[in-house]
Design a binder for this molecule. Structure first.
Ligand SMILES: N[C@@H](CCC(=O)N[C@@H](CS)C(=O)NCC(=O)O)C(=O)O
Length: 221
């Protein structure tokens, strides 16, 4: 199997972190899109032209980070990342969905400004004053784990949140965001997971992409 994307992608980072926890990131590393993002080769492999995507051994292609993560969790050995009971599975899906539907879209306008230098002031204002705080409030309310996001061990729910955090915690302070504010459950969760090797390497992988991007931009000037 081959997984394509970039560690800077919050969607791809979720899958890569899950693979690392399951012990398969060396066997299924996250590689650059053949031909580059939005190339003919990329569109030949995916209709959406998005990352991440997974090319299975039989050549079939899976898109959508959550679908890919759940598939890999099913077919690869290692710790179960999607929950054991129906209740646990629902709780993990819920956290992933809150990240996908509210937190990541809220971060989008800031990332467009910071990484892609395409600011939209109105969208940024909405994100900073409304969408990001609301999304964090949703996570705060539904986070229910014992140390981890759900239950007492790593699940895909932790990977979904941590996949967003390099950008959120490190790049957004100029906009007055980038911490969990007065949200005790999120703060306690982060306190438990932030120094774990899986978290540190996930954030490091994204940092390296940003450093390489900035170096390439500086060299272009
Ligand atoms: N819902 C998709 C979203 C994927 C997505 O939007 N990825 C971004 C990178 S973070 C992308 O491919 N952007 C390029 C584009 O939108 O054309 C998923 O979960 O995989």
């Amino acid at each position: 199997m081959k997984l394509y994307g970039s560690h800077l992608s919050m969607f791809a980072a979720r899958v890569a972190m899950m693979l690392e926890i399951k012990g398969h990131l060396d066997a299924v590393p996250l590689e650059n899109v053949p031909g580059g993002l939005h190339s003919d080769e990329h569109y030949a492999l995916t209709k959406t032209g998005k990352i991440p995507f997974l090319v299975k051994d039989n050549g079939d292609v899976l898109i959508e980070s959550q679908v890919i993560a759940e598939y890999l969790d099913n077919v690869l050995d290692g710790p179960d990342m999607c929950g054991h009971s129906a209740d646990e599975r629902a709780q993990i899906s819920l956290i992933c969905r809150l990240v996908d539907m509210y937190f990541m879209p809220a971060l989008g306008p800031l990332l467009m400004a910071i990484i892609w230098q395409r600011p939209n002031e109105k969208a940024i204002e909405n994100s900073v004053n409304k969408a990001i705080p609301e999304a964090l409030d949703y996570l705060e309310h539904y986070l229910g784990g014992d140390g981890y996001a759900v239950g007492d061990n790593w699940t895909l729910a932790d990977c979904a949140i941590i996949g967003t955090l390099y950008s959120f915690l490190n790049l957004m302070s100029d906009f007055g965001v980038g911490d969990f504010g007065d949200r005790p459950k999120l703060k306690a969760w982060w306190h438990t997971v932030k120094d774990k090797p899986e978290t540190v390497t996930c954030l490091d992988r994204a940092a390296k992409v940003v450093q390489a991007m900035m170096a390439a931009r500086a060299a272009d000037k």
